[in-house]
Ligand binder design. Structure first.
Ligand code: NAP
Ligand code: GLV
Length: 306
């Protein structure tokens, strides 16, 4: 069995060594233009030329959870496209989102500013009943985040395409219940995949339905958010601020207002990193399962877009 590796912005050697160790009977090679045909590919943001040449692939394994960039390419017709299925990401995402929610709810930025100014001052405790958190997307990451938030006793709402029942989470589904979900939510967490249905989903019209003092945490994709609409709603006082990990253009251009906005915190697309060892173990297991014609989790539906 031949496996080809084509991942942009990724140090190839440790991945190749890990895949060779996990699949000793396989021939694992770094892709070069003109390379012989392989059975499976491990990819991140490959060029179109890669798929044009490797049109016989049976499996395409994306080393991330989001497949929006991959699905823009013309893919090999017979290939099963597989995304990372947690592989150590959900706990990182739960940490990041809980940290952002608590930092905002407990006003830690305000305390930090006071301390820097040499001020010993208290803020009035706020009621968590007034800080309902709404998680958009209740998949592998969103469900873990929704469960983690309950540990801190925030009311939690969840919105997904199909109806979901998660203990302690008020569930909403489909376009028909989107407005009710927004109106019931003060802190909005985005964990949707980027698809034609979800692009620009956080815009003036939707964000203005959040409860007054609303807060936005975007950890999915930059193109879910209309940047100018967010800034306008924060500056008008309808929204209290935002924590953003993902951006329409990455790295975020140096002159983008998000860098300096006092009510917006940013991080460089780091909320849930791909962990190499966990990912290699998962991908190797799934390659073997596919070879044995066994079912696997994490298969992407290109029509649905995730
Ligand atoms: P997932 O398991 O595929 O879950 C997607 C969820 O979104 C599902 O609950 C799905 O509903 C829901 N959904 C999709 N389209 C919808 C629509 N039109 N309306 C309502 N709900 C919709 O994905 P995941 O593994 O949790 O990852 C989510 C996203 O996080 C990825 O696509 C990626 O963009 C992002 N991500 C970011 C980072 C980072 O570091 N910032 C890291 C990893 C992933 P159903 O359950 O009904 O299908
Ligand atoms: C990262 O953003 C991922 O999709 O895994």
């Amino acid at each position: 069995m031949k496996i080809t590796f084509c991942c942009t912005d990724t140090k190839a050697e440790p991945w190749l060594a890990g895949l060779r160790a996990a699949l000793p009977a396989a021939q694992v090679e770094l892709w070069q233009p003109g390379a012989p045909p392989a059975d499976h590919a491990v990819v991140w943001a490959p060029p179109q030329q890669f798929f044009d040449e490797q049109s016989q692939l049976k499996g395409v394994f994306n080393i991330g959870a989001g497949v929006d960039a991959l699905l823009k390419l013309r893919l090999p017709p017979r290939a099963t496209v597989v995304r990372l299925d947690d592989a150590g990401m959900s706990v990182q995402m739960a940490e990041y989102v809980c940290h952002a929610v608590i930092r905002h709810f407990r006003e830690f930025d305000g305390y930090e500013a006071d301390v820097k100014a040499g001020k010993w001052s208290y803020r009035k405790p706020r009621s968590r009943a007034d800080f309902a958190v709404g998680v958009m997307g209740l998949g592998v990451l969103g469900e873990r985040v929704a469960r983690a938030l309950q540990v801190f006793e925030f009311p939690v709402n969840g919105w997904s395409r199909s109806a979901k029942t998660i203990d302690g989470v008020r569930g909403f589904s489909g376009a028909a219940q989107f407005n009710d979900f927004l109106r019931a939510t003060r802190v909005l967490v985005n964990l949707l995949p980027l698809t034609p249905d979800t692009r620009d989903i956080m815009r003036r019209e939707t964000l203005s339905k959040l409860q007054p003092g609303g807060y936005v945490i975007n950890v999915a994709r930059g193109a879910h958010l209309v940047d100018d609409d967010l800034i306008a709603l924060i500056d008008s006082g309808h929204l209290a601020g935002a924590t953003l990990d993902v951006f329409r253009t990455e790295p975020l251009p140096g002159d983008h207002p998000f860098w300096r906005h006092p009510k917006i915190s940013i991080t460089p697309h780091t909320s849930a990193r791909t962990l190499r060892d966990e990912s290699i173990a998962q991908i190797a297991g799934k390659i073997m399962a596919l070879e044995r014609a066994e079912p696997i989790a994490g298969i992407v539906d290109p029509v649905r877009g995730y």
